[in-house]
Design a protein around this ligand. Structure first.
Ligand code: FA5
Ligand code: MG
Length: 452
């Protein structure tokens, strides 16, 4: 029903997406279920929690320009090449990214619009909020369509109105930011010559220290204010789950992106695990100079709006954002006061396992806790997508629970555990059995695995 009918055979159809024509080719791997979420634009729906979160973050960046309706289908050049992704970067693969054709993808991040926006030379800074698309894991904090906000701020080295060094000017901007008193763990030195080098042809260490301080303080302020708003909203009732009474904890960890150096991710403690909420860094000079801004330098970040909204409203499952159930939507309003989400009663989970032999003998790359991919063409994201195709939002979680290679034949066996659960009602046994049976059949049909 929801299967993509374009990727097999040689008659590749022309398709029209919101009035725009596209030619498909053998790279097309975008299912209809994904295309049908393009018109939703949750970040623009009045009173939707994603939209409220966007507005709350925007209010922290006065003077920035907003771009909130950029079209989600972009070129490979925009999404990857312009950002220095190497040709063999795994993010480019069809297992990770939805392609329309060889040169055209559903954007995987809002960074796809960085270069074009820099080229428009927006002086102070800009924010871009948008829907983004990735073939990814299935669990409570991952969804194949989600929303990001990109932010960037640059300074002009040749600013004619400036009478001090650029570093002094940036430090003055840091001093003008609101302060906070929270201890944020940030153990790594700003510059790591091996993994996060200074772009020494273009920046001084002091300029980078100043920009890093400006970037980190700006983002800490956003997360702290969100958490404070959420705390105030949940202050009165006494029956809060214990994790909501834990103090806010966040930490900076070093990261790597092909388009920033140095780079970081910010993580927040959520339901007893560290949840990554954003990636950021000092913009690679090559991106600014390719956009005709060679005298500029600055920072950029990309934040997951669902992740922030989950903290803000205590929303326990990322699928809820797509719900059209008035019991969900009616709980949020821009006009009313901030309220934490009151979950409707939790319906029972239904766990079902499936074990199969992977086609061919591929070495056990990845493994439990890692991503399972083998040279034999098997990729875990294909399992995830089939689960979503078959069960839609009735699948809560898909997890690898066992893996082994046969000592004699070298064949690899995997066992995945699927949790079927509706957010809105109790599934019947008949329903979940049917879903699981279809899931098993589709694994065989589409991946050529052998069920055990
Ligand atoms: C990026 O997408 C970079 N473009 C961010 C960036 C921008 C870095 C500018 C430097 C400069 P990453 O893949 O880590 O990075 O995603 C950014 C955020 O999106 C994550 O921190 C997380 O909050 C959110 N996110 C990622 N994958 C998912 C998913 N499947 N579901 C929901 N949120 C997700
Ligand atoms: Mg990341």
């Amino acid at each position: 029903r929801q299967r993509c009918c374009y990727s097999s055979g040689h008659n590749f159809k022309d398709i029209t997406i919101e009035g725009r024509p596209y030619k498909t080719d053998s790279w097309m791997n975008t299912p209809a279920s994904i295309l049908s979420s393009i018109p939703r634009r949750l970040h623009l729906q009045p009173d939707h929690p994603i939209s409220l979160t966007r507005q709350l973050i925007e209010s922290h960046f006065p003077g920035f320009t907003y771009h909130n309706d950029l079209f989600p289908i972009v070129s490979v050049a925009q999404n990857f090449d312009s950002l220095n992704f190497p040709p063999d970067h795994p993010g480019r693969s069809r297992t990770d990214t939805y392609y329309i054709n060889r040169d055209t993808v559903l954007r995987t991040h809002t960074s796809a619009h960085q270069a074009d926006t820099f080229r428009a030379n927006e002086n102070s800074g800009f924010l871009i909020s948008a829907d983004v698309y990735r073939r990814d894991a299935v669990d409570r904090s991952h969804y194949p369509v989600f929303h990001q906000m990109e932010g960037a701020k640059t300074w002009n080295r040749n600013d004619p109105t400036s009478h001090s060094t650029l570093a002094a000017q940036i430090w003055a901007d840091v001093a003008a930011l609101p302060t906070h008193s929270m201890q944020v763990s940030d153990p790594s030195p700003t510059i790591d010559p091996e993994h996060n080098p200074l772009q020494s042809a273009h920046h001084t260490a002091e300029e980078v220290e100043a920009m890093a301080a400006h970037l980190k303080r700006s983002l800490e302020n956003v997360v702290i204010s969100i958490f404070t708003a959420a705390r105030a909203a949940s202050a009165s009732p006494s029956d809060q789950p214990p994790q909501d009474r834990e103090p806010l904890q966040m930490r900076w960890v070093t990261a790597y992106f092909p388009f920033t150096s140095p780079s970081w991710e910010l993580e927040v403690l959520w339901q007893d695990t560290w949840l990554e909420v954003l990636g950021c860094g000092i913009i690679s000079h090559s991106i600014l100079s390719a956009a005709d801004q060679p005298s500029r330098l600055g920072w950029a970040f990309g934040v997951g709006l669902e992740r922030i909204a989950m903290l803000l409203f205590s929303i326990p499952d990322i699928r809820l954002f797509w719900s059209k159930d008035p019991r969900f939507l009616s709980q949020f309003s821009a006009a009313g006061e901030m309220k934490r989400f009151v979950p409707f009663s939790k319906h029972p989970a239904c766990f079902k396992d499936v074990s199969f032999w992977v086609k061919g003998t591929s070495s056990a790359a990845g493994g439990l806790g890692g991503s399972v991919s083998g040279e034999g063409g098997f990729h875990e994201n294909d399992v995830m997508e089939i689960a979503r195709d078959v069960a839609g939002d009735l699948v809560e979680d898909v997890r690898l629970v066992d893996e082994f290679s046969h000592p004699k034949t070298g064949r690899r066996s995997l066992c995945y555990r699927v949790n079927y659960r509706s957010l809105e009602r109790t599934l019947t046994n008949v329903e979940s059995n049917e879903l699981h049976e279809r899931f098993r059949q589709q694994l065989v049909e589409r991946l050529g695995v052998e069920l055990r």
